[in-house]
Structures are given as C-alpha cells and as structure tokens.
Write a protein that binds this ligand. Structure first.
Ligand code: XIL
Length: 367
C-alpha cells in the first residue's frame, strides 16, 4: 500500500514539474490555427448561449404536449433556449371545452406546470378562434343573450382558472379576412360585431392583470388586412375596450420581401400596443414542390428572413417588444408540411435539434 502511494506521489510530482516548465515559456507553444471558415460567433456561443440569454425580450415556441412528455431532445431544447411558451393546441376551445360547463384541463395544466417549473412566461392561445369551435357551440340554439352568456361562461372559466399563472392571452384569433372585412363565425352570427368587445371585456373581468392580445395572420402580405387590424385595435382603444397587444402570427416564406416583413411589425406598432411575433415560421418551399431538398441557398434565404423579423422587433421601443415565438421547435414538429401537403423546413432547429442558419440569423438581428 505504502509503495503504491509513493509511486502515485512520484508520478504527480514529475507531471507537475513537466507542466510547470513547459508552461513557463509560453513563446515555445505553437498556437493552434483557428480555421477562418468557422464564424467566431458560432465558436464562442454554441454551447454556452441561448436565445433567452441573448435576447432583451422573451423568446418562445408553441409547445406540443406529447413531444414535451416523450421527446427528451425536444424538451431539453425548449428548456435551454426559451423563456416563453405558447400551447400549440392545448388551450384551444375545441380541446378545453367538452360541453357547457365541462372542461378538460389536462394538457393545458401540463404546459402551465412545465412552464412554471422552468421559470417560463406563459402566453395563452386562443380564447376565441373560428377554427376551434366545439360542436356543442356550433349546434347551440339560443337568443343573443344566451350566446353572450355561453361566451362569458367560457372566457371567465378559462381565464379565471389560470389567473396569476398566465401572463397574456390571445383573446381573439383571426377575426378579419384578407380583404379587411369581418370574418364570419358563430359569434358574429349570433351576437353581432359586439362579440369582439365582449371577448376582451370578459377576459379583463376574469383577470385584471393579464395582458390581452388580438392575434392575426397575413398582415405581411395584405395591406387591407394590415389597415383593418390597426383600425379595429384603434377603435377598441378609443372606446376603452381593454386590449394590450397585437400578435402577428407571421407564418411566412422566403418569397416574402424583407420590407413586407418589417412593415407588418412597424405598422402594428403604430397603435402603441405591445407586439408579439407570435407564430413565426419561414417556409422554404412556398411553391409546394414534392421533390425538393433543403440546401445552403434555401438556408441562407431563410436565415435572412429570420434576421429581418428579429431586427424589426428589436428596433421597436423597449416597452412594445413583447416577444418572439416560433410555431414549433424543430423542422420535424412544424405544422407546415401537414398543412400544405409538401416537404418544408420552416423552423430554426433541424430535425435533430441542431441550430440552423436561421438561428444565427436571429442572433444577428438582435445586435
Ligand atoms: C395549428 C396547429 O399548429 C396545428 O397542430 C393544428 O392542427 C391547427 O392549428 N394559426 C393559429 C394556430 O393561430 O393556432 C394554428 O395552429 C396555426 C395557424
């Protein structure tokens, strides 16, 4: 035993003498060449940085409960990169509302617990959306007052349930058509245009502190819609209907011009409200080709759009920069391929959760 200790000591002594003398003369050390093809940013930030650390405003993603539970790479990427979450589907009316007064909170609760455990802000999505109307609501028969009552019951139940836990809600989603007219829906049919005011008022009644957003797509390609959104929002503000922010979905593509992307953000900001880039993704296959592969040219074009959008939000006054949310985490969990029936790679992480050029576009946009 004794001689083993002595040998160990001897070796440690020799090794430390070697280190001492070899480090003493630093000129003798030949520097390891750093290849100039690797961007310095990538080298220094790859494992130590994250969007939430770099950005002055929250970054987030739409979360899928199944993936959060079952895919460790998905879950760890979310925890590492983001400080804001939006449930992709778990808080939609069709998923929560099983019948009048009958609620399924399971998935919504899971996301809320996950976000709280990881210190993330929660953005609720979406109280009223024409595409998520449960059958019992579609088939409901009643007077205008009855319809107001079921709307009130639902909004107060959901907002009240997560009061103090959720920071903000998309109160109303996609209520305007591309030509700027009001979108048809059961609430418009049965209550009239007043339903819009009521959604916001009921949400405010249930939680005086939660931030209330109007969420919309397409303001980057339709000037009529851009104008109509601001008109609606300014009208609400003018009549003291509670509203705090505008969500711009921005499901857009590499074919969209930089100025269109910037314009969507800067025009919405003219209302003075908070701006949430709420569902960002950039299609690289807008022509829906079936036979296409992701390549460096597409990656570079996509990177530019990510940069332009991040910069446009970054350039707003600090109080108006609510956050930037991707609609999904990595390419394989994007809704785009299923929705458009073609391959695509719309998100900032590849199918193996590696950072794509798009990710670095965001970092450049935040400088
Ligand atoms: C999408 C989800 O990503 C899909 O999983 C679901 O099947 C349909 O809804 N605008 C919105 C989002 O506001 O709620 C939509 O999310 C995408 C378009």
């Amino acid at each position: 035993m004794k001689s083993m200790h002595f040998h160990k000591f001897l070796w440690m002594f020799i090794a430390s003498m070697f280190l001492f003398f070899s480090c003493g003369n630093s000129e003798d050390i030949t520097p390891i060449p750093i290849p100039d093809t690797i961007p310095i940013d990538t080298v220094s930030t790859v494992d130590t940085t994250s969007l939430k650390k770099v950005s002055p405003f929250p970054f987030g993603a739409a979360l899928n409960v199944y993936l959060l539970k079952n895919n460790t790479k998905y879950r760890s990427t979310v925890i590492k990169e983001f400080n804001s979450v939006t449930p992709e589907n778990a808080m939609k009316m069709k998923n929560i509302s099983l019948g009048r007064g009958l609620y399924n909170w399971t998935d919504a609760d899971y996301i809320v617990d996950f976000a709280q455990q990881n210190g993330m802000r929660i953005h609720g999505h979406a109280l009223v959306w024409y595409k998520s109307t449960p059958d019992w609501v579609t088939n409901f028969v009643g007077t205008k007052e009855d319809w107001k009552q079921i709307l009130h019951e639902y909004i107060v139940a959901v907002v009240g349930k997560y009061k103090g836990k959720i920071s903000s809600w998309d109160v109303l989603n996609e209520a305007i058509n591309d030509d700027g007219t009001s979108r048809d829906c059961v609430w418009l049919q049965n209550i009239g245009i007043e339903y819009i005011d009521l959604c916001f008022q009921y949400a405010r009644e249930a939680d005086p502190d939660v931030l209330l957003f109007y969420n919309e797509y397409g303001t980057e390609y339709s000037s009529a819609k851009r104008t109509a959104v601001n008109k609606l929002v300014n009208d609400l503000i003018g009549r003291s209907i509670p509203i705090d922010g505008i969500g711009l979905q921005m499901h857009t593509s590499i074919a969209r011009s930089n100025s269109d992307i910037q314009n969507a953000i800067t025009v919405a900001a003219q209302t003075g409200l908070k701006i949430h880039v709420a569902e960002f993704d950039i299609k690289v296959n807008p022509d829906k080709l079936q036979d296409i592969t992701y390549n460096a040219t597409l990656a570079a074009a996509q990177k530019e759009k990510y940069k332009v959008a991040a910069k446009a939000l970054f350039d707003l006054p600090t109080t108006q920069r609510y956050g930037f949310t991707f609609w999904g985490v990595c390419d394989t969990n994007s809704w785009i391929p299923a929705e458009y029936g073609c391959p695509d790679w719309p998100l900032p992480f590849d199918s193996d959760y590696n950072r794509k050029d798009a990710y670095y576009g965001i970092l450049e946009g935040l400088k």
